[in-house]
Write a protein that binds this ligand. Structure first.
Ligand SMILES: [Zn+2]
Length: 258
């Protein structure tokens, strides 16, 4: 009898194991080694280093506290229908090309360049982007205390490792990323290659909070500098739900400060 029970348990375990393949190891940014470069009051400058893995680049599926709270609060504030509309509007790339005509404001023109699908690709936020943003949102609530961060993402081809250089503070604008740039310049001499610049956007309550998925004129100016000086490959801007990805070759299409 006891033996039967033993076999029954084994059988159950076996069936469970067959039905539920072991989940692929999810990427966890916060358990990766972190090197502090500088701090200045609430401003912090550091980098994480980790091995490349497929799950970094897949759409985010983790329930990340800062992002979940942002999305839930936004749903409450706007109501579910308006929330869905606002999210969809910012993700769309199917505006008619004529929407680009007669826009004199440079920031608005840049937004229309991505929303007509002329430049860039908008897709759901990926695991790495979500975890970088979530780090900041856990410190400062995105709705009540919105802040912007600077993220530089570099790759070492031989070591197959990534570094995410991060700068942010308690202020709406990110601090000048000088300590990151200094480290990055050193690292570039040692085989690291700047691949991406990532930052986040948000909007004031009067504009429904959700960040615009397009570069401002000052962003476009900054991206051009990153392409000229550091050969950055792509710029990414996330609003916590979707991310726009822009190839360096397309930077000149945007209106930029000189
Ligand atoms: Zn920006």
């Amino acid at each position: 009898m006891r033996q039967n029970l033993y076999y029954l348990i084994l059988l159950c375990l076996f069936q469970f194991a067959c039905k539920e393949p072991i989940a692929k190891e999810d990427f966890d940014l916060y358990s990766q080694p972190k090197t502090i470069l500088a701090t200045d009051g609430a401003a912090e400058f550091f980098y994480w280093e980790f091995e490349d893995s497929e799950s970094i680049w897949e759409a985010n599926t983790k329930e990340l506290g800062g992002i979940v709270s942002f999305q839930d609060t936004l749903k409450l504030l706007l109501g579910p229908d308006r929330y869905a509309q606002v999210v969809q509007k910012e993700a769309t790339q199917s505006y008619h090309p004529d929407s680009l005509l007669n826009i004199s404001n440079g920031d608005k023109k840049n937004a229309m360049l991505t929303h007509t699908g002329t430049v860039g690709e908008i897709r759901p936020i990926n695991a790495l982007e979500a975890q970088i943003l979530n780090y900041q949102l856990l410190k400062y609530n995105y709705i009540g205390h919105p802040t912007e961060f600077h993220g530089f993402i570099a790759f070492h081809a031989e070591q197959k490792k990534y570094r995410v250089y991060f700068a942010a503070s308690d202020q709406p604008w990110p601090p000048k990323p000088n300590p990151l740039i200094k480290q990055l310049e050193e690292d570039i001499k040692n085989g690291w290659k700047l691949r991406y610049h990532l930052h986040n956007h948000y909007e004031p309550p009067s504009n429904d909070y959700l960040g615009i998925l397009a570069p401002s004129m000052s962003d476009a100016q900054y991206f051009k500098m990153l392409a000229e000086n550091y050969q950055v490959e792509q710029a990414k801007i996330t609003n916590g739900i979707h991310t726009v990805v822009i190839d360096a070759a397309d930077f000149p299409a945007f209106e930029a400060y000189e």
